[in-house]
Design a protein around this ligand. Structure first.
Ligand code: SF4
Ligand code: SF4
Ligand code: SF4
Length: 417
């Protein structure tokens, strides 16, 4: 994750955890120089062993670098390109600065764009505001329509906070039907009540989402999605869950057993353990003095990654949904387990309730996937709106044909005990 403009942004979202990083770089102009950029592009490509190299441009607001900067990015990627790898660019933006030139550029160079949108106007504008506190919804929607008009691949990143968590279906259906977004990510907002966000023993402040509230938000959207949108709308946490239930393991760092591959690089070339740990204790060094690969492979980063697994509480180690949850993100592990052990994920209650709730449908979808059939066949299970899915499955006659489309009797397929 690279931040060519550092924490500089034209918006002032109330829950932003990154704007305050400005204090880490006193006197900086917050613009990545071409020298740092070329050093990064070269060493990043050189360090890859897989067939694909993904550059993830982030902020702050990366489009504030201007289009010329990203034209230079493309030029340098071509200069240092290796024939055995494919280069992919992703960029996370608030969307307010996009115009046709950006649209043409993203399309021509195959950028995948993440756009931040928190739901319909009133919910979005609750916290995603301009420097003067004004609304940003119209500008974001303009940016979204522009991406769509130019055929740019995009997904929506929706932050879940106390302002929109109580309206899950309103948010989901707006993003799906009115925004026309088919790839969605829901990001829980958790803000600590101290300056750095990393000190021990502190709680959360508004507009953080409540843990149980977050779980209920996901449950409501899942129940809507599983009836009509499987295979049509892609929700990141549902995909992660399906991968885990199918036995291939989650790919998102938050749900993996260890972390350590989600590093963040600032405009100066300073490299940090993770985007959520951009602070002096977690600085690894600068790519202008040390090869990127050496910093990534450093003992400090290795310890950071392993600590996620090694500090897992006993409560988590014995948890029935550990295989998908893995104790959540370490930045949120500031709660105490029921038996008094510190280090429990603040989102534990919500995650646990959600993962337990989706167990029945996930088992079916994972079975379908393993047998090379579409998980979307789960929608053929006839539903009664007032009954939860696990109960509906229990209503199917054991001798009836399995609704997954296998042709077998239900008792020999998804109804087997
Ligand atoms: S758009 Fe992103 S970087 Fe800018 S203030 Fe909002 S959350 Fe922060
Ligand atoms: S600390 Fe959290 S966000 Fe960072 S790599 Fe680990 S799980 Fe991911
Ligand atoms: S649901 Fe709670 S107890 Fe279970 S692994 Fe996650 S954080 Fe730990």
């Amino acid at each position: 994750m690279v931040k060519p403009r550092g924490p500089i942004c034209n918006l002032d979202c109330e829950y932003c955890y990154y704007l305050s990083k400005e204090t880490l770089f006193p006197g900086s102009g917050f613009r990545m120089t071409e020298e740092v950029l070329e050093n990064y592009v070269r060493s990043y490509i050189e360090a890859q062993h897989g067939p694909e190299v993904t550059f993830a441009w982030q902020g702050g607001e990366p489009t504030l670098m201007g289009l010329e900067f990203f034209e230079t990015v493309i030029r340098l990627q071509r200069k240092h390109h290796r024939s055995d790898v494919r280069i992919v660019n992703t960029l996370q933006t608030n969307g307010t600065k996009l115009d046709d030139d950006w649209g043409r550029f993203f399309k021509e160079h195959g950028f995948l764009i993440g756009l931040s949108l928190d739901g319909p106007r009133d919910l979005h504008d609750r916290y995603r505001v301009t420097k003067g506190g004004g609304p940003s919804f119209d500008d974001v929607m303009h940016g979204l329509r522009l991406l769509q008009r130019h055929g740019v691949e995009h997904n929506i990143l929706c932050c879940v906070h106390e302002g929109n968590a109580g309206a899950p279906l309103e948010v989901y259906r707006f993003l799906r039907d009115e925004a026309g977004a088919l790839h969605l990510q829901f990001i829980p907002i958790v803000i600590r009540d101290n300056d750095t966000g990393f000190q021990e023993g502190s709680g959360v402040v508004p507009p953080s989402v409540g843990s149980r509230q977050y779980g209920e938000f996901l449950v409501a959207i899942f129940d809507d999605w599983v009836r009509q949108d499987v295979g049509r709308v892609f929700v990141q946490i549902f995909d992660e869950a399906l991968a885990a239930w199918a036995g291939s393991g989650p790919s998102l760092c938050v749900f993996q057993e260890t972390c350590g591959l989600g590093l963040a690089m600032e405009h100066s070339g300073d490299l940090y353990c993770c985007d959520h740990f951009v602070e002096p204790r977690h600085e690894l060094g600068n790519i202008n003095g040390t090869e990127l690969a050496d910093l990534v492979a450093s003992e400090k980063q290795w310890r950071f990654g392993m600590a996620k697994r090694d500090t897992l509480t006993r409560y988590c180690r014995e948890c029935d949904v550990r295989f998908i949850c893995n104790g959540g993100c370490p930045k949120n592990r500031f709660e105490t387990t029921p038996d008094g052990e510190p280090g429990l994920d603040y989102l534990c209650e919500g995650h646990h309730a959600f993962f337990r709730h989706i167990d029945g449908p996930m088992q079916i979808m994972a079975d379908l996937w393993r047998s090379r059939r579409s998980p979307a066949l789960i929608m053929e299970i006839q539903t009664r709106e007032d009954v939860e899915l696990p109960s509906r499955l229990a209503e199917i006659s054991r001798n009836a044909r399995c609704p997954c489309g296998s042709g077998k009797k239900f008792k020999h397929c998804h109804g087997r005990e």
